[in-house]
Ligand binder design. Structure first.
Ligand SMILES: Cc1cc2nc3c(=O)[nH]c(=O)nc-3n(C[C@H](O)[C@H](O)[C@H](O)COP(=O)(O)OP(=O)(O)OC[C@H]3O[C@@H](n4cnc5c(N)ncnc54)[C@H](O)[C@@H]3O)c2cc1C
Length: 348
């Protein structure tokens, strides 16, 4: 493999029902930073059926080029045709880096594609940088420059590992939704469009989709919320969550929770923040009766303002909080909700 043949930062654009998943836009934002460091450009890979209309949006969020595979075989996500399309693009265009969102689809597609093009993949990254590898000079090992350094929690979140793929190309990573930041939309941006036909031949790995059943869950997506009022085991039981709901209502927020709350069956998994839940980046995050375990903090530390309410002044959540209130949430939260509600009423 001649590594020098591989150029450019590619982002797989996940779309479902012709709607681009937010993580693809976040990855385009990150790809711009990486491409700048490598003095190269950003290519979005758009696979689907009748998806040409999405190209403009990809340009507006940072794509210099869009490789488009528009084919009825790609109408709904199916592992085989999508893997074939993305692997064919990699073999044909030889990108240096390929980024995929760590969604249910991305976690299926990314590893299969990496195996098919015979390279490595680092899953569930929380940070991506360009740098030297090994990071520090090591006896008997030459440092290679301009490598993709892929950082992710390891060993149950107890350590952070930085991984590189110096001997193969492309360097592939999946990245959790909510971790990277999309750029401000550039309204008049244009991208070069390259239509590509990987040649689909149905084989016995093609799944036939008989019916698509949409999730009946009516919980909101906490990843879209600007304000989150998050409750932990310290809330004491599902019957007490109304106290948090009233605060959320007073300030236009949504309720989320820690894993302890989900494990106890008090709230559905959709609302869990953290390493095995969702990564959120709201403007304001209230952590109420949450101790601040590393696995929880991994999912909310990028919030702009963190307000912790905990009766234990030594709780680790106070280490990451911008504001901390020590005391019983049952006394603090209703008072807070009332004052914030009256401030909102005066300002209206
Ligand atoms: C591999 C792995 C993955 C994990 N993934 C996640 C994840 O995604 N998300 C996650 O959240 N956790 C995750 N965890 C679990 C995590 O380690 C913690 O166990 C969990 O976050 C604890 O939840 P908690 O803070 O709600 O409960 P606790 O740790 O029990 O904390 C409760 C807090 O409430 C406070 N409190 C009690 N009563 C009151 C009161 N009346 N008023 C105010 N404060 C009060 C206490 O002082 C305490 O600090 C994971 C663990 C592992 C091993």
């Amino acid at each position: 493999m001649n590594l020098n043949e591989y150029k450019g930062v590619y982002v797989y654009v996940q779309q479902v029902d012709n709607k681009i998943d937010g993580v693809a836009l976040e990855l385009l934002g990150k790809a711009r930073d990486l491409a700048k460091d490598l003095d190269t450009d950003v290519t979005a890979v758009l696979l689907g059926s009748d998806v040409k209309g999405l190209v403009k949006k990809l340009a507006q969020y940072g794509a210099d080029k869009v490789i488009l595979v528009d084919d009825p075989a790609l109408k709904d996500y199916r592992t085989e045709p999508y893997t074939h399309a993305l692997a064919s693009i990699i073999n044909e265009f030889k990108p240096e880096i390929v980024l995929v969102g760590a969604t249910a689809i991305g976690r299926d597609l990314g590893p299969l594609v990496s195996a098919r093009v015979q390279t490595g993949l680092t899953a569930d990254c929380t940070q991506l940088d360009i740098g030297d590898f090994p990071i520090k000079p090591m006896m008997g090992k030459e440092q290679q420059h301009n490598q993709l350094l892929m950082t992710r929690p390891a060993f149950g979140g107890n350590t952070i590992a930085t991984i590189a793929c110096p001997d193969n190309r492309p360097q592939m990573a999946t990245v959790r939704p909510g971790v990277m930041q999309k750029i401000e939309k550039i309204a008049d941006a244009e991208a070069e469009v390259i239509a590509y036909n990987p040649g689909f031949e149905e084989n016995n790995k093609y799944v036939e989709i008989v019916d698509v059943v949409k999730s009946l869950s009516n919980t909101v997506d906490i990843m879209d919320a600007n304000i989150l009022v998050s409750g932990g085991r310290g809330v004491g039981g599902p019957e007490n969550f109304y106290i948090l709901e009233e605060l959320a209502k007073a300030i236009g927020g949504e309720v989320s929770c820690s894993r302890a709350v989900v494990d106890a069956g008090w709230k559905p998994k959709d609302l869990q923040v953290g390493q095995t839940g969702k990564t959120v980046r709201p403007n304001v995050y209230f952590a109420i009766g949450i101790s601040g375990a590393i696995q929880h903090v991994a999912g909310m530390e990028e919030a702009d303002i963190i307000i912790a309410i905990n009766k234990d002044e030594t709780a680790p959540i106070f280490d990451v909080a911008d504001y901390g209130i020590v005391g019983d949430y049952k006394q603090i939260v209703p008072t807070l909700a009332k004052s914030l509600e009256s401030i909102a009423a005066t300002e209206a």
